[in-house]
Every structure is written in C-alpha cells, then in structure tokens.
Design a protein around this ligand. Structure first.
Ligand code: ADP
Ligand code: MG
Length: 505
C-alpha cells in the first residue's frame, strides 16, 4: 500500500476526463452540444432580462480548409453582456455561474459554456475569443485558455474598445473538431424546435457550406420573467441546511424557518417545530449535527407546509406556444394547454402541451413528439423519456388518430429542478406527479383535435352526399315530371340551395 498515490483533480480536469457527461463524447455530438450550449447562454442572457433575443451563429471551416474536420464557431447575442472582470472566470473556470439561484433558467451548473471552450481547446489547441459589453462605455475583447489542472483562466490578451453606440451583448468564438455532415440533421432540428419554443427570438445560422437558415420572430411578447425564490422545506437536504445555518442572522428556529424557507409563515413554523420536537427559541447556529439531520427529516415528513408557488417559473403561456407552433409547423389545426402549477419533492413545475395537425407537420411511421425542458428542445434519447412512454400508452384511435397521420405532440416541462433521468440532460424521468400532468395535458389537446377531425369528417361526408344528390336530382326531377304527366319541371336549384344551407348549419 505504501506506494499508492493519492491525487486530487480539479473540476476542469474531471470534465476533461469525463467529456461524455457534458455531451462531448464524440465529434458528432460535440459540434451539436457546442452550438446548443452557446445558444442557451445567449437565450439566458436575453429573454429573462426582457430583451428580445437576436442570435447569430456561424460555423465555418477553419482556415477555409474543407478537407479538415476543424471548425470555427461564432455565436453573437444582444444580451446583458458580462462585466469585464468576470469574463475570464465565466468562460474558463468550471462551476462558475451566475445561475446558482432558485429560479428557472437554462443553464445551472456553470458547466456548458466552459465545457464547450475546453473541448475546443483540447481538440485544436487554440484559444477562445470573447467580446462583451454590458452597454458601458467600453467593449472588452479577451483571448483566453483554460488551465485544466488548476481550473483557472489564462488571459493571453485583452483589448479595450470604445462603445459609443452603447452596444450590449456577447460574442464567443471558438475553434473545435467536429463532424458537421453527420451532426447537421440534429442541429437543424434543434434550431427549428428552439424557434418553436422561442418565437420571440431572431435566430440566424450560417453553416460551413454557406447555407443560411433564418428563424424570424413572430411575437414581441416575452414570457413572464422568473422570480428568485427560497427553497421549499420538502426540497432541501442536510448540506443545504448547513449552508443556510452558516450564513443566517436568525437567533431562533422560529425566525429561521420563516426567513429562509419558501411559504413558511409564523403559524406553520410553530406547528412544524412542535411536530419536529424543537423549542421555538433554539438557536439554529448551536444545533448539533444529529439535530440538523433530525430537523431535515422532519421537514420531509411534515405534511402541512404549503405547496411551492410557481412564480419562480417562466412557462411560455398558451399564446406564445401557439404562436411558435403556427410559425414553424404551419398546421391546419393547433390546440395548446397549460396545466396548473404542481410540485414534486418540493420542486415546483408546470407542464405545457400542444398538438398540431396537418399543414407542414411532418408525419413519420411513428408519432411525432417534440420534447422541451425549460424552453430547451430535447432531440436525443427520445425512447427513454417519460413523455414518449405516455404517448405510446395512449389509445389514439379514440381521438380518430393513428400513428402515421400528420400530427405532432409537444410537451414542455419547466421547473427550478427538471427531473432529469441521467446526467446527459436529454430525458425526463418518470415521476408520478409529472407524468400525471403530462398525460392529462395530452388527453386535453388530443380531445380537441379529435373533435376537430370528426367535424371535418362529417362535413366531408355531407359534401359527398350532396354531390351525389346534385348529380341525380335533375334526372329524378325529369322522370317524375314525366310520370306525373306534367310539362313544367320543378325548380331543382332551389332544392339544392336549401340542402346546402342545411349542411352549413
Ligand atoms: P451556466 O450557463 O450553467 O451558468 P456556463 O459555463 O455555460 O454555465 O456559463 C457560465 C456563466 O457565464 C453564466 O452563468 C453566465 O453568467 C455567463 N455567460 C455565459 N454566456 C453568456 C452570454 N452569452 N451572455 C452573458 N453571460 C454569459
Ligand atoms: Mg450555460
């Protein structure tokens, strides 16, 4: 045992060794993930701050050499920008994030953007360029690399420009290895679906062969911005309570419960402490470790906490979801529904569901399902997702539908803590509270589509019946006139007109 070597690695080193965790397993997946991560940072830097996103993405061959699998990826946005001093840390230090707050956002771990830059660095050995301004009088341009072993940024160069136009936004340019031709279908699908759930964004993509893809906004309204919230007592663990105790100014547990937890008022705090067996005036900073464990366990088991409310969430809303579907799928029929807020293990969530039929809705052999979490499309690993399981379990014939018909189901879940099934963040896990909302949402919109289809079918049948009628009526009229020994034929146009009017009612 004497020569066994123990070693500590930095977070950057950890992700360097475990690239697949963050979606960079191979050149196909890597180029997809790079675009996804930078785009999501741009969306997070615009929409929640009330800025209509303008995002420009350009992927080009490095040094214009088409034979190589090396690319330059440039993403520009008109977002908040990053204060100059934070740029190196935000992009070149793992687990550095402005999103460690309890409210809905796309990123959470301080991982995605940094992982993208690390991947670029280890595949091309070239630095990242970041140009950013918060709208202040200066624009900063950094050239950076990551010191992987120390998880620190290395600043290679810094330039400062005047910002007379008060431009705000961020431009990130990296070099990376990738396989664009194989990744292309997923990338285009991802962009299209991003446009569905962000119809208030202008997204432009120029691919390495110079093809231009443009997704233009059709609405000017943004979803309600999420508000920061306190943790719900059902959703905390011992570590989190430790951290709160370390910073609290409260001197009694009664104050502590009300000050640091979501929707705990005085009365509920009293009832809870009574239930948990702690005196109201106990000093939280004096709790022994085993008492903290007991407190957290009691929090989990106490049933009288109010459910979390949903203003830390930022769902799309029915109007925006509908607009997004109309814009990208141009369907003949669309129905959307937003379920009431709900919660699992103290984490609030909202499910939104849509269904689209006809028009440009694709029809596959199987049912077409679009999945979204916190306004991010999920385009990989469909068959492991809870929504797929639910879609497959539904008896579609009941609604006059069959796989293969041109209809698509859209499921969006937003939450402060999306119940991911794996670290890859592509599949939603099967939590009973969540699946119930998804199922009820799908049933609701499927019913609406069913009604539309049966009405359409009836009209079609009536039309067919009328046209048969219109064809034979003159002959019948002629025949019966002769049979009755009369000269003058009745006015059949009047009869047809009346029949048509009946049908329209
Ligand atoms: P995460 O998005 O999970 O926080 P990232 O590594 O992707 O982690 O980004 C780290 C931080 O850098 C973000 O929390 C954000 O503060 C900042 N950032 C990244 N991209 C942008 C951008 N385009 N505009 C403004 N800030 C950004
Ligand atoms: Mg991110």
């Amino acid at each position: 045992m004497a020569d066994q070597a123990f070693q500590e690695i930095s977070p950057a080193d950890f992700f360097y060794r475990n690239k697949e965790i963050a979606g960079f397993a191979n050149p196909v997946r890597a180029i997809f993930s790079a675009i996804r991560e930078l785009m999501e940072n741009s969306l997070d830097a615009t929409e929640p701050l009330g800025i209509l996103p303008d995002i420009y993405i350009r992927l080009s061959f490095i040094d214009d050499n088409e034979d190589e699998n090396l690319f330059v990826l440039r993403v520009e946005d008109n977002g908040s920008g990053i204060p100059a001093d934070y740029v190196p840390l935000a992009f070149c230090q793992f687990l550095f994030s402005s999103k460690y707050k309890l409210k809905q956002s796309r990123g959470t771990f301080g991982l995605g953007g940094t992982m993208t830059i690390l991947y670029g660095q280890i595949t091309t050995n070239r630095p990242v360029k970041v140009i950013s301004s918060t709208g202040a009088p200066k624009i900063y341009e950094y050239t950076l690399m990551i010191d992987i072993e120390r998880n620190r940024p290395i600043i290679l160069d810094r330039k400062i420009y005047d910002n007379s136009d008060r431009w705000h936004g961020t431009i990130v340019e990296i070099s990376l290895e990738g396989d664009y031709s194989k990744a292309m279908p997923k990338i285009l699908e991802y962009l299209k679906q991003t446009a569905i759930v962000n119809p208030y964004a202008n997204i432009t993509f120029v691919d390495p062969r110079g093809r231009l893809y443009k997704f233009e906004r059709t609405v000017l309204t943004l979803p309600p911005p999420p508000k920061e919230t306190l943790p719900h007592p059902h959703g905390v663990d011992v570590e989190m309570v430790y951290r709160i105790i370390r910073v609290t100014k409260c001197r009694t547990l009664l104050d502590f419960m009300q000050e640091h937890f979501h929707r705990v008022g005085k009365r509920i705090a009293q009832r809870f402490l009574d239930f948990a067996g702690f005196p109201e005036d106990a000093d939280p900073r004096r709790l022994k470790p085993e008492e903290i464990v007991r407190l957290v366990q009691a929090m989990r088991n106490f049933n009288e906490f109010l459910p979390p409310d949903a203003n830390c969430l930022s769902p799309l809303g029915e109007e925006i979801l509908k607009a997004g579907i109309m814009k990208e799928l141009e369907p003949e029929f669309v129905a959307v529904t937003q379920r009431k807020p709900s919660a699992y293990s103290g984490h609030p969530f909202i499910v939104e569901v849509g269904i689209a039929y006809g028009g440009k809705v694709p029809s596959g052999e199987d049912i077409v399902l679009y999945r979204f979490a916190n306004k991010i499309p999920l385009v990989y690993d469909e068959s492991g997702d809870v929504s797929w399981k639910i879609v497959k379990s539904i008896n579609w014939r009941k609604y006059g539908l069959m796989p293969g018909m041109p209809f698509a189901v859209l499921v969006h879940i937003c939450s402060t803590k999306v119940p991911w099934k794996t670290v890859g963040k592509e599949m939603i896990a099967d939590r009973p509270e969540v699946s119930r909302e998804i199922l009820n949402g799908i049933r609701d919109v499927a019913r609406q589509l069913g009604i539309y289809l049966s009405r359409k079918e009836r009209v079609k049948r009536e039309k067919a019946r009328l046209s048969v009628f219109a064809k034979y009526l003159p002959k019948i009229a002629e025949f019966s006139t002769r049979l009755a020994g009369k000269e003058k034929m009745p006015d059949i146009n009047e009869i047809l007109r009346r029949a048509r009017r009946l049908e329209e009612d």
